[in-house]
Design a protein around this ligand. Structure first.
Ligand code: F6P
Length: 355
């Protein structure tokens, strides 16, 4: 029987479990065996694996899979593995896969995880197909990474709550959302909630400029008679939220400004229907591609750039990991045309001020 393995790696994201379920069902339908690796590359190095869908009593048996898709996090566990960053760790992982007779590996994760997958292929010819998963939506060659939609919904709900209390007291709020290297969550949520302005790392502003710009937006907003001013800040903007708010209040002592840092709340929770759907379809294509002999690739959802190999799913294309990693780097440093389109969207669609 043909055997594949699957792991989830890096920051967990809602929809990973839905992808695991879909991969298990696709394998079962094609007569292949699927092993789930515990705790990402850490578990792979140690050979910790569990059979998925072997029978009703197992942890990942059929009944468990029925409820899995609606759960956040990842049932397999995840890790940011320092050992796998070393050549010796990757060699050990390749040995484990070989001795278990595993012919291909599905890696569900973000930039670091896909970089590891690419290295595993280059150094040890392990056939890997990646599935983009990161609430930050910072991965190239895909319009959506698994978890981004759910994270956005969580941010929108939190901002709606903040909005109620802000309008009651005529206050300004700075809401910080996750996104270390990529401002997508901040930019997209700013449009979705009709924020007054958005701060993200790719703007490359220094602290003085940021304090000045934020104070100006707040002052002008209230001068126009608004009852709330809402500014979304990406985590990647280095000035801590509390310091930013304190410095703005020093400039505007007559106004009240508050800070809310959403942090890991944004990464958990039940996946949205869109995340479940995208996860399932990406996982189907990843498994099908691996069984057809694909290697060193990632499957992307409605890619926002040309190229890629078609799959039986019209919304999913296959890209070489090399290209994915290049495009991911361009997204992070702000030079990708995809970033330029995001900025245009901010200014044209909602008039949200990128500070
Ligand atoms: O997964 C991406 C992310 O959520 C970033 O937005 C954030 O900076 C980082 O992970 C936090 O990582 P950790 O959970 O390891 O602190």
């Amino acid at each position: 029987m043909r055997t594949l393995a699957l792991l989830t790696s890096g920051g967990d994201s809602p929809g990973m479990n839905a992808a695991i379920r879909a991969a298990a069902k696709t394998c079962a339908a094609r007569g292949a065996r699927l092993l789930g690796v515990r705790d990402g590359y850490e578990g792979l190095i140690d050979g910790r694996m569990v059979e998925v869908v072997p029978g009703p009593c197992d942890l990942l048996g059929e009944s468990a899979l029925d409820v899995l898709g609606s759960q956040g996090g990842t049932v397999l566990g995840s890790a940011r593995s320092a050992r796998f960053r070393e050549p010796a760790g990757r060699a050990r992982a390749a040995d484990v896969l070989r001795s278990a007779g595993i012919e291909g590996l599905v890696v569900i994760g973000g930039n670091g995880s896909l970089t590891g997958a690419h290295a595993l292929f280059r150094e040890h010819a392990v056939r890997v197909v990646g599935i983009p998963a990161s609430i930050d939506n910072d991965i190239g060659c895909t319009a959506m990474a698994i978890g981004t939609d759910t994270a956005l919904n969580t941010i929108v709900q939190a901002c709606d709550h903040v909005d109620d209390t802000a309008r009651a007291h005529r206050r300004a709020f700075v809401v910080e959302v996750m996104g270390r290297a990529c401002g997508y969550l901040a930019m997209a949520s700013a449009v979705a909630v009709g924020a007054d302005a958005v701060l993200f790392r790719e703007q490359k502003r220094d602290e003085e400029e940021i304090v000045q710009a934020v104070a100006a937006v707040i002052q002008q907003g209230f001068a126009r008679g608004k009852r709330r001013v809402l500014i979304i800040k990406a985590e990647g903007v280095e000035i801590p939220c509390t310091r930013l708010v304190r410095r703005v209040e020093e400039r505007l002592p007559e106004l009240e400004v508050r800070a809310v840092v959403l942090g890991h709340i944004v990464r958990g929770g039940h996946p949205s229907s869109l995340d479940r759907l995208v996860s399932a379809r990406l996982a189907f294509s990843a498994v099908a591609s691996l069984l057809e002999g694909a290697a060193d690739e990632m499957v992307g959802w409605n890619p926002p750039l040309p190229g890629g190999l078609p799959t039986p799913d019209g919304s999913v294309k296959r890209f070489p990991l090399e290209r994915v990693l290049q495009e991911t780097a361009a997204l992070e440093e702000g030079s990708s045309p995809v970033m330029a389109r995001r900025l245009q969207l901010l200014q044209q669609v909602e008039g949200v001020l990128p500070l």
